[in-house]
Design a protein around this ligand. Structure first.
Ligand code: FES
Length: 336
C-alpha cells in the first residue's frame, strides 16, 4: 500500500481503484473515436462531394445558419469539404487507436481534444443550453489524458518500464523480457478486440437501422449522425431540384437536392398541397430524418418540426426549418 493510500485510510482496493479510475473513460473514448472514424470512412454519403449526410451538406447548413463561433473555419473547410471530412475521419481513427492501446497517449489525447474543440466551435457552438452539445463534453473528457497519459494497461507504461529497467542496468533476462512483451501484446490485443467488436456492433446497428440519409457521426458527435433515419421517402431524387408528384406520398415526403447541393424535403400534407423545407436542422445543422407521422425529427438533440409547416414542435431548436417555395408543373414539383 502506498503512503498516500495509508494516510487516507484506503486499502489496496482503493489504491487499485485510483490507478484504474480513468480506464473506463479511456476505453469509451477509444472505442467511440474508432467507431466514429470507421463510420465516416465507410459511409459513401459522408464522403460524397455533396448531398444529404455529406460533410459538405453539414458545412453548408452551418454556413447558412451562421451558427459557427468562427465562421472562417467553415469557409476554410468548405474549400475542400471531402478532404476535411476524410482528415477528420482518419484523425478520429488514429486518436481512438492511440488512446485505446495507450500508445503516445498524450499526443492522441491532444489530437482528440483538438478535433472536439474544432467541432465545438463549428458544429455544436450554437447548441443551447450548452450541455446538450456533445463536443464540449468530449473536449473536457480528453483533458485528463492530456495531463496524465495512460499509466496503466498501456504500451506507454510498458515502454516506460523497460526504459527504466534499461537505465538502471537491471534488464531482466530474455525470458522475462519476452513475457513482458507478450503481456503488453495481450493487453493491447484485448483492448483492441473489445474496441473492434463494439465498433463493429455499432456500425452494424447503425447501418441496419439507416438505409437512407446516414450522416456524419462525429463524436459530436457528433455524433451528428442519423441513428434512426429509416427514410419514408419513396421518391428520393438526387441531383435535381424537382421531384415527380407521384413520388411524394400524401402525408409523407421525398428528398430532393437544392441547386446548392443541400438536402431538402418536398412534402404533401394534403392531397395536391405541396411544400418544401430544408433538411438542415436549425439548431445545430444536423440533417433531419425523413418526415414521419407529420413530423421531422432531428436525431442529434431531439428537435421536432411540423412536416406541414416546418414550425418547431419541440426544442432545443427555436427556429422553423427553412421553407422553400415550390411550383407544380408537368407532373413534377419544382423547387424555386
Ligand atoms: Fe440539435 Fe437538430 S442539430 S436538434
Amino acid at each position: 500500500m502506498s503512503h498516500a493510500a495509508a494516510e487516507d485510510g484506503g486499502g489496496p482496493w482503493r489504491e487499485t481503484a485510483s490507478r484504474y479510475a480513468l480506464l473506463p473513460l479511456r476505453i469509451f473514448l477509444g472505442i467511440t473515436f474508432i467507431y466514429a472514424g470507421m463510420d465516416k470512412l465507410t459511409d459513401p454519403d459522408f464522403l460524397a462531394a455533396s448531398g444529404a449526410g455529406s460533410m459538405a451538406d453539414q458545412l453548408n447548413g452551418i454556413d447558412k445558419a451562421g451558427s459557427a463561433a468562427i465562421p472562417a473555419m467553415i469557409d476554410l473547410a468548405l474549400k475542400a469539404p471531402e478532404a476535411f471530412g476524410t482528415a477528420i475521419a482518419f484523425g478520429e481513427l488514429a486518436v481512438g487507436l492511440g488512446v485505446l492501446c495507450g500508445l503516445l497517449t498524450r499526443l492522441a489525447a491532444v489530437g482528440g481534444a483538438l478535433i472536439s474543440l474544432s467541432l465545438w466551435l463549428t458544429v455544436s457552438w450554437q447548441v443551447e443550453p450548452y450541455y446538450y452539445g456533445n463536443d464540449l463534453v468530449y473536449l473536457m473528457a480528453w483533458l485528463p489524458f492530456v495531463l496524465a497519459g495512460a499509466p496503466v494497461l498501456s504500451l506507454d507504461a510498458r515502454l516506460a518500464a523497460r526504459r527504466d529497467q534499461a537505465a538502471r542496468g537491471v534488464l531482466a533476462g530474455a525470458g522475462r523480457s519476452r513475457r513482458s512483451v507478450l503481456d503488453a501484446g495481450a493487453a493491447v490485443l484485448g483492448l483492441g478486440a473489445v474496441g473492434g467488436v463494439m465498433g463493429g456492433v455499432g456500425l452494424w446497428r447503425g447501418r441496419s437501422g439507416d438505409s437512407g440519409a446516414s450522416a456524419a457521426p462525429t463524436p459530436s458527435t457528433s455524433p451528428s449522425g442519423n441513428p434512426s433515419g429509416a427514410p419514408s421517402s419513396p421518391g428520393r431524387a438526387r441531383g435535381g431540384a424537382s421531384v415527380a408528384v407521384k413520388a411524394v406520398p400524401v402525408g409523407g415526403g421525398a428528398k430532393v437536392m437544392e441547386s446548392s447541393g443541400s438536402a431538402a424535403y418536398v412534402v404533401q400534407p394534403k392531397q395536391g398541397e405541396f411544400a418544401a423545407f430544408s433538411a438542415i436542422c436549425t439548431h445545430s445543422g444536423c440533417p433531419v430524418d425523413p418526415p414521419k407521422e407529420g413530423r421531422f425529427n432531428c436525431p442529434c438533440h431531439g428537435s421536432v418540426f411540423d412536416a406541414a409547416t416546418g414550425e418547431v414542435l419541440n426544442g432545443p431548436a427555436t427556429k422553423p426549418l427553412r421553407r422553400i417555395d415550390v411550383r407544380e408543373q408537368g407532373g413534377r414539383v419544382e423547387l424555386q
